[in-house]
Design a protein around this ligand. Structure first.
Ligand SMILES: Nc1ncnc2c1ncn2[C@@H]1O[C@H](COP(=O)(O)OP(=O)(O)O)[C@@H](O)[C@H]1O
Ligand SMILES: [Mg+2]
Length: 329
């Protein structure tokens, strides 16, 4: 691909191995708060790197900004500021044909496949549509391709003429994956793809995602509020709190040496981890980042906050190779 970026942007793109990078990505919403216009900073200066064949897990409580990052990354939201680079090229303001090509290569799957699948379309029509839109395949080879994809995602090819409501939740997520795979993507943004499923079905879908990743060298952004799920599938994990990335590290490093008070608090509340240290628990509840004051957004809830935490916004700093933490402590 020819690099047509203005030189000022090239300096921002700093990891040639990444398939997708965000740099200081911001998505703000204008909302009304106490009768006045206010700015809700749903995503604030997010720097993320996603690599071919690897999964970046993005974890945080509900309302922390995970879906907003996912939507902004695939350009379903226009970023307020910052950059998105795909294979080294800025895709922040793509339009027309280039946007269509980008959307082909970076697909998205959602928590509730039922609402993203047209209830009036059969399995065949759902998987055939992207093939019709994005390839020149005639009907015979197209059907062969549909069958190949259904085999890849573990769906019964005898069910081609069934409708979404005739499938289980897990099977519907497989249909959503089949539709995403139809255009040979390089990356899939997965927004809570197993959160609505029973635990046993969750494991099957996660294993399928892993297998597809190995076979097709897919890159994933994997969004979840569930640390167990994220640990199972991710190579690296980023933790988000009120729109800010507060910590990121290779998966085992993050779970073995959680360094940010927020990450530690999340781990304490994780089922199966019998850590009862009260000093790691947060005070109160997450709120919306509406016109957030300077300083660390966790400061009012943090068990180890100092006065400075309310004044200085902590930047991410490397504490060990690949392990970044945004805390003054
Ligand atoms: N379209 C929108 N308009 C206004 N606020 C929004 C919009 N979408 C999300 N938000 C707010 O942005 C914050 C992050 O939301 P979201 O990204 O959905 O979080 P998560 O996916 O982590 O649960 C929340 O405070 C939410 O209320
Ligand atoms: Mg969400």
């Amino acid at each position: 691909m020819v690099n047509i970026m203005p030189s000022s942007k090239i300096s921002n793109f700093d990891d040639t191995r990444a398939i997708l990078q965000t740099r200081k990505l911001c998505k703000y919403f204008t909302v009304r708060s106490q009768g006045k216009k206010a700015t809700l900073k749903a995503v604030d200066e997010a720097d993320l790197n996603i690599y071919p064949g690897k999964t970046l897990g993005l974890v945080g409580e509900s309302g922390s900004g995970k879906s907003t990052i996912a939507f902004t990354m695939v350009q379903l939201h226009k970023p307020t500021s910052g950059d998105i680079f795909y294979e080294g090229n800025s895709v922040t303001n793509l339009k027309g044909l280039s946007l269509k090509q980008f959307r082909e290569q970076v697909q998205m799957i959602f928590q509730d496949p039922y609402s993203s699948l047209d209830p009036r379309q059969t399995l065949k029509t759902i998987v055939e549509r992207p093939l019709k839109l994005h390839t020149d395949l005639k009907s015979g080879p197209r059907l062969e391709k549909i069958i190949e994809i259904l085999n890849q995602v573990g769906l019964d090819t005898g069910q081609l003429y069934r409708y979404p409501h005739e499938f289980s939740g897990g099977q519907r997520q497989r249909i959503a994956m089949a539709r995403a795979l139809a255009v040979n993507p390089r990356m899939i943004v997965c927004d809570e793809p197993v959160s609505a499923l029973d635990v046993s079905v969750q494991a099957q879908i996660l294993n399928l995602l892993k297998k597809l990743q190995e076979d097709l060298n897919l890159a994933y952004l994997f969004v979840s509020h569930d640390l167990n799920v994220v640990r199972h599938i991710s190579h690296e994990v980023a933790v988000i709190y009120m729109g800010r990335i507060v910590e990121s590290a290779p998966t085992e490093e993050l779970f073995n040496n959680p360094s940010h008070p927020y990450t530690r608090a999340l781990l304490v509340s994780m089922p199966g981890l019998e850590r009862q240290d009260q000093s790691l628990k947060l005070i109160g509840e997450i709120s919306s980042p509406i016109d957030p004051p300077p300083g660390c957004r966790l400061a009012s809830r943090c068990p180890v906050a100092r006065d400075a935490c309310k004044e200085v916004t902590p930047e991410l700093k490397e504490v060990s190779p690949g392990h970044l933490v945004a805390c003054l402590d």
